[in-house]
Write a protein that binds this ligand. Sequence first.
Ligand SMILES: C[S@@+](CC[C@H](N)C(=O)[O-])C[C@H]1O[C@@H](n2cnc3c(N)ncnc32)[C@H](O)[C@@H]1O
Length: 258
Amino acid sequence: MTSKQARSIETNQIDIHNDLTKLVARHQEMQFAKPIASHTQKAFDRVLSFLDGWQADVIIDACCGVGESTLKIANKFPNAKVIGIDKSIARLDKHASYAELNKSHYKEQSTIISNNNYILVQADLIDFWRLLNSTLNNVENAPKWQVTQQFILYPNPYPKKAQIGKRWYASAIFPYLLNVCPTLELRSNWKLYLQECLIAANHYGLNGDISEIQINKLGKDSFSLNGLDEAFTPFERKYLESGQTCFKLVIRPEGVDK
Ligand SMILES: C[S@@+](CC[C@H](N)C(=O)[O-])C[C@H]1O[C@@H](n2cnc3c(N)ncnc32)[C@H](O)[C@@H]1O
């Protein structure tokens, strides 16, 4: 399949799922019993070493895939440390070639690329968010850094009706994810995914806005640097090139600046 032929969402769900609010409410009280997988514990320990001594902002790029977005976020926020997390080693292993591609673009534009403010780790996000949550809530030994933003760009949509429990906002990890940091940007080519996530966020007293990803006349979305590349991630590129519309949901608790 070439990038121009990316399939659009195929779903048997045309409206907000009937079980959504029930599921979200049920998960608010749930505790995990399953032990943390050892590979995620190791990845988390690497992240803690990376953040050792750090006393400022940390940004999470969840489901980072090849980490192209992680690199772009790290460049946009040079005073923060950015953590890209994905469970697929096959995707993470492709990071170097994406980084090289971006680097040569940036060089042409004489833009400084920061190499030392991000890290990519292979981990299961369910366990990773649990670990982050307990680290941040450790009153006796709280870290000096704080998570100020999270990105989830093009998560697997699980579009079949029966798969609702696998979508991040309808799964048991959602309260942990929000507790780590409720300032969240979620992108998808399935608007219903974002609409449902917003309803789930409303359940926790959070609000947000859904908008279309706008590519302006120079071919750049507001997130891109110097108009070098209109797409934020490979999946976004694939969808845009095939003529699909992509959307973003931005959840920002009251009082947090744009
Ligand atoms: C559709 S891809 C999007 C990748 C990237 N954000 C992009 O836009 O190009 C979804 C990614 O989520 C990752 N993923 C799914 N479930 C995960 C989990 N439980 N923990 C970590 N990564 C996960 C997959 O490995 C995959 O790379």
